[in-house]
Design a protein. Sequence first.
Length: 282
Amino acid sequence: MTILLRLLLVTCALISPALLRAGKQDEANPWVKPGTPPPLLPGKGLTVSCPDPLPPLPDNTVKLESAKETFHIRLPADFTPQATYGVVVFISGPQAKMGCPATWIPVLDEHKLIYVAPQNAGNKESLGLRDARALTSALLIKKYYPIDPKRIYVAGYSGGARVAGMSAFKHPETWRGTIQSCGADFYKPVPRVAVTDEEFKKSSDYGGIPDAKRALEAKKSVRFVFITGPGDFRNHYIKDIYAGGYKPEGFNALLIDVPDMRHNICNAESLSKALEYIERKK
């Protein structure tokens, strides 16, 4: 037993460093060549850090360092550099890390959309940082891929959906549409109709955006889509915000009320409806 134990220990000592090196290689950033797009295969998603300085933000209030920022990027399955694509930037909710929802993939491919999710953009981060990471994601994709500037959309789930809507009000020159699953706000208070007294006690601050300086620009250039359902605990809030804010004030907005939806990311059917509305010609 003693000889066998010694052999096992020696074997482990020899093998463990190799395994550790392999693990580090798997975790290493594959995007290492400056001035080039990330090494992505069509139809495959990859989380990367950019080797170049990140694009500067217009308001310059938040400065991000490329070495500290990571992005999950997925190209359409039929991607070719000769074609032009749209972009969907996704802002996560409770989770810090975010890939591409599997059910979204066929819809993204059909609409020729590049998907990007900034990492560490969840609810624990500040509003300003989440907004900065979302906007940087869009600018980053524009820098390395042939993008139609009229097809850049911001999506999100729960708190991330609220940030997506707020970002659209703040940067209407960039975002042309929002896809908001289970989260919404308006640039001013709205009448409380569907929200019950009990719901209002739990969350009375829901439905107002602090920065409304560019609300008229957002009204003209952004199409807002809100997706919810009776199982979503924000359902009544979203309905009030849509019916008491976006609709009467003439915003380009659509409410998709899914019968069996709970508080989660929208399904492929709802995503398709959202994109059809956003991309419909006027």
